[in-house]
Write a protein that binds this ligand. Structure first.
Ligand SMILES: [Zn+2]
Length: 139
């Protein structure tokens, strides 16, 4: 691994949370996002829920998983306001009501409404590459 730079000056701001890529395994996930819904996976073997979506359970490695539609609510676990970014200025970890925590963006929310533990609801917006991405707004 390369050493971190001595200065971050001039580096590109992080403006988009990492996202799963669209492929046959994740097609239902992206189809649901296009309908404004967020799908995660639940394991038939151990019962755990997980995000990001993948065929195998990351807890017990079972290939027996099902899609689960989230109710679209959660809470901010942690956030960072990226003052130099133009479009998606708040990067956050949001813990879904169903349990998993995902890296995402907070949108349409005043900065003074942000706090760890704040309740949020799902909104689907285009990500940096134009594919739909789950984001959240403070409620
Ligand atoms: Zn499992």
């Amino acid at each position: 691994m390369a050493a971190p730079p001595l200065s971050w000056k001039g580096s590109s701001p992080v403006s988009q949370a990492p996202a799963p890529s669209e492929n046959p395994e994740t097609k239902p996930y992206f189809d649901a996002l296009r309908d404004g819904k967020l799908l995660i996976k639940t394991c038939r073997q151990c019962g755990q829920v997980h995000f990001y979506p993948r065929a195998g359970c990351p807890f017990c490695f079972s290939a027996s998983t099902d899609w689960l539609e989230c109710n679209g609510t959660g809470t901010i676990y942690a956030y960072s306001v990226l003052r130099s970014a133009k479009d998606l200025p708040v990067l956050a970890y949001v813990t879904l009501s169903e349990g998993p925590t995902l890296m995402t963006s907070i949108v349409d929310s005043p900065v003074n409404a942000l706090s760890n533990g704040a309740h949020v609801r799902l909104v689907v917006r285009p990500g940096a590459d134009g594919t739909p991405a789950p984001m959240f707004t403070v409620i």
